[in-house]
Write a protein that binds this ligand. Sequence first.
Ligand code: SAM
Length: 231
Amino acid sequence: KLSTRLQTVANFVDPGARIADIGSDHAYLPVHLAKKDLIEFAIAGEVVKGPHENATTEISEQGLRNLIDSRLGDGLAVIRPDDHIDTVVIAGMGGTLIAQILETGKQKLDNVTTLILQPNVGENRVRNWLMTNHYIITEEQILKEDHHIYEIIVAKKTNKTFSYSKKQLLFGPELLNKLPNPIFKEKWEAELARERIAIHQMEQAKQIPQERINKLNLKTSLIKEVLHIED
Ligand code: SAM
């Protein structure tokens, strides 16, 4: 059985998709989808040997070598044109790394229609990359499991011109559309508390550039605005 986090990611995969799960580790996600007959083909990509071996073993043990290919390689480099991948999943890493993987492998995305991304932190980095590269965010979800709060971002390639505000990049355009949400509130209340401490410490310390403090102040005012908190 998948974790709630990975199950929620799985729910966003269209039936019959051809997916590349980048940073697949044990390949739990593609194995689950293949067993439920929900995908046509999958690549389980891994850059590290240990996790790559985990994936290979799991796929063999589940008798799914005809549907899932375990490949060792960096990011999107494991995708070949004749794989006809239409969906890329990148889950369980920081947003900066996810954005980096997408940026480095850009040319592999030509025929990919859907990106399903689950950054553990730094979601705004991911949204920024998506906006810059003409992927519009179609769905977002926030969930809590084992004391962690996770966000999932689904994006589709578009020819339309659009842009996101600072607020949308930080909180998620689709998450903002679905407020109020108790998990969203919990996440940003905790973040606000951390920011307040950080600002206080910066103000106490000497030689912190005012610009950095201003940036944090801007972020706290955005959080307060979204949570309807008055000073
Ligand atoms: N995707 C699974 C999940 O969400 O449960 C596993 C997440 S695991 C924490 C992150 C995995 O990403 C690690 O196994 C790591 O080796 C892999 N990884 C990190 N950078 C990568 C890259 N550039 N290309 C492929 N895999 C990468």
